[in-house]
Design a protein around this ligand. Structure first.
Ligand code: KIV
Ligand code: ZN
Length: 398
């Protein structure tokens, strides 16, 4: 029996992801994507911010009914500020789900309290207590987030979290709202908060990392090392500004470096690539080609040395198999850096069995073409098999 520690995967593609430029989704698209998130096996879908608009409310409610209504469905969450009308809207929107969550947040940094909310620390603490208590009248499962937590005064952060727990919060999220923290610092923050708050072993602590310094995934994993047991993340890492921690990178890191991260998730790994592709079809951009785990080039090898290695034994240059994450693209890509072996492999895949002599002749033409042309497609390779006038190049060309 596995002794790995279970980690809750909280997907916020439809909330934090959707609220970033180019990522807007319509009602039907959100519903389609929520069904895919359920197939992927996420534990919690943050379906939106119910108070934000009628459209958002309807989407959260429909997802709660149609995705969250099924047996073994993910829990459906809605975000709410510390305001009565937000909490009531969130409660109504998630009500049809079998398992629901109200996710309440308030800023904990002095910068946000003074410049944005214009309230004192005392008012903030009152607000948190009242709001979490109200949320608990509607749901057993209430998450509280300390917005800008990583830039907050530590003693005040601990005070705010303590108030939220006493008011009934069951999950405490410490967001790195502006992507400012570092792995060591974030790990240490969870360790300190958990050590200093009595009864924190009864609470699930959560990470929520933005990627402004490109550290969102590293910080999330460091949060786990510090005792966090929920990770908030998005598909393809979409989200405010530089985005959120990418779900696919976190679960791939846990699966691949299990020796360092002895955790388990409910993610169905071979649904990662299809989910990433679906999101790319829905919003106005897909994962960049060099994106870890799900990018078009994540498993592509073009240089002769790498192709030779991978064709001999994929472990030479692949730390996980493309199939394990549901990747269906080409991994041996032909270009000017490719060697004979790769050309022969591609030809064999297309059904052409060539002699050594024939391969040599075709390879010469191939290199000449690849020097002129950036992308070599299957049609180009087939074209290379056609003999020039008066030449016998390949004997078995149909
Ligand atoms: O980044 C952030 O602080 C958030 C909270 C609302 C959870 O998205
Ligand atoms: Zn966020």
């Amino acid at each position: 029996m596995s002794t790995d520690t279970p980690i809750v995967i909280f997907d916020t593609t439809l909330r934090d992801g959707e609220q970033s430029p180019g990522c807007t989704m319509h009602h039907a698209e959100k519903l389609r994507f929520a069904h895919q998130l359920a197939r992927l096996g996420v534990d919690i879908i943050e379906a939106g911010f119910a108070i934000a608009s009628h459209g958002d409310f309807d989407s959260v409610q429909t997802i709660a009914r149609e995705v969250g209504g099924a047996e073994a469905a993910p829990r459906i969450a809605s975000l709410a500020r510390c305001k009565r009308e937000d909490i009531e809207a969130a409660a109504r929107a998630v009500e049809p789900a079998r398992k629901s969550r109200i996710h309440v947040f308030l800023a904990s940094s002095d910068l946000h309290l003074e410049a944005k909310l214009k309230i004192s620390r005392t008012q903030a603490l009152d607000n948190v207590g009242t709001s979490v208590r109200l949320a608990r009248t509607f749901a057993d499962d209430v998450e509280f987030s300390t917005e800008d937590g990583t830039r907050s005064n530590l003693d005040f952060l601990i005070q705010m979290i303590t108030v939220a727990i006493q008011a009934g919060a069951t999950t405490i999220n410490i967001p790195d709202t502006v992507g400012y923290t570092t792995p060591t610092e974030y790990k240490h923050l969870f360790e300190t908060v958990r050590r200093r708050i009595p009864g924190s072993d009864q609470i699930v602590f959560s990470t929520h990392c933005h990627n402004d310094l490109g550290l969102a995934v590293a910080n999330s994993l460091a949060g786990l090392e510090g005792g966090a047991r929920q990770i908030e993340c998005t598909i393809n890492g979409i989200g405010e500004r530089a985005g959120n921690a990418a779900l696919e990178e976190i679960v791939a890191a846990i699966a691949t470096r299990h020796d360092r991260y002895p955790f388990k998730t409910n993610i169905v790994m071979n649904q990662l690539y299809p989910t990433s592709r679906m999101l790319g079809e829905i919003i106005s951009f897909g994962a960049p080609p060099n994106k870890a785990v799900v990018g078009k080039n994540a498993f592509a090898h073009e240089s002769g040395i790498h192709q030779h290695g991978v064709l001999s034994n994929p472990l030479t240059y692949e730390i996980m198999t493309p199939a394990s994450v549901g990747f269906t693209g080409q991994n041996i890509v032909l270009g000017k850096h490719s060697g004979r072996r790769a050309l022969e492999y591609r030809l064999a895949e297309m059904g052409y069995k060539l002699s050594h002599q024939e391969i040599d002749a075709v390879y010469e033409r191939f290199i000449e073409l690849a020097d002129r042309k950036k992308n070599i497609y299957d049609q180009d390779v087939i074209g290379l098999l056609q003999p020039s006038v008066g030449e016998t190049l390949v004997s078995n060309v149909p």
